[in-house]
Design a protein around this ligand. Structure first.
Ligand code: GLN
Length: 239
């Protein structure tokens, strides 16, 4: 259990179960963006056999296959550390399977309905076909101005209910399946975008870090990230 309160503690939740497409890199990006600004931070990996400390500042969950995410949902529901942390205002970020697990329920491709953590008003069912490829999203202005870029690979299609709002609207790709993308409720934010999404979209990374530190963070100049964004935004979706 981390005790050093001078540091921002970033929980990397079940990297051994929810770790597809380098999503664990989201925790590294958050940590580095704080350190580059002189704010001490550390990543706290929490693996499947370990209890999740409810004392962390921020929690990140990545993507995974159906069986892996069902296992993760069962484990995290019982463990309840993230739910306790979210109740006191901690920030939670989920990607793809992470989005589905943070919702109220998800149905895997075998037709089994699983309960989620209920932190987002989102239900997920199998879509008509698997969605694979590059995605571009225009965020809701509350969550950013610059287009979000990412990569998706999922079967699930998600509906956002009245207790949450979509993160944005899809310009290219599938996202939730109804032209909306992702979901946000308070300080719980989730998206279908891999990338890792916070490496490709610094504005989004800084939005959630601003929630953690309690004030908006001034932008950082990192030319390589801008080059990466231009290259990804110009890329056509492979069909
Ligand atoms: N298993 C989920 C789906 O296919 C999530 C996939 C993922 O995280 N990439 O919808």
């Amino acid at each position: 259990m981390p005790t050093d309160t001078s540091k921002v503690h970033i929980g990397l939740i079940l990297p051994d179960v929810l770790g597809t497409y380098g999503d664990s890199g989201n925790a590294t990006v958050l940590c580095k963006r704080l350190e580059w600004r002189g704010i001490p931070a550390m990543v706290v990996p929490v693996r499947i056999s370990e209890p999740t400390p409810a004392s962390l500042d921020l929690y990140v969950l990545g993507g995974g296959e159906d069986d892996a995410q069902a296992l993760a949902a069962d484990y995290l529901r019982e463990d309840a550390g993230i739910q306790r942390a979210a109740e006191r205002g901690a920030v939670v970020v989920g990607v793809c399977a992470g989005l589905q697990v943070l919702g109220t329920s998800f149905t895997t491709s075998d037709g089994v309905v699983h309960r989620g953590l209920g932190l987002l008003d989102v239900t997920t069912k199998p879509g008509e076909r698997r969605s694979v490829g590059e995605v571009v999203v225009q965020p809701d202005p509350r969550f950013g101005r610059q287009p979000l870029t990412g990569f998706e690979n999922h079967m699930g299609a998600s509906s956002v209910g009245p207790d949450s709002v979509p993160l944005g609207q899809v310009q290219r790709g599938t996202g939730n399946g109804d032209r909306s993308e992702g979901a946000v409720r308070g300080r719980v934010l989730a998206t279908y975008l891999h990338g890792p999404v916070l490496a490709r979209n610094p504005e989004l990374a800084d939005l959630v870090l601003g929630w953690v530190v309690g004030h908006p963070l001034p932008p950082l100049e990192v030319p390589e990230i801008e080059l990466l964004r231009q290259e990804r935004l110009a890329r056509r979706r492979a069909r």
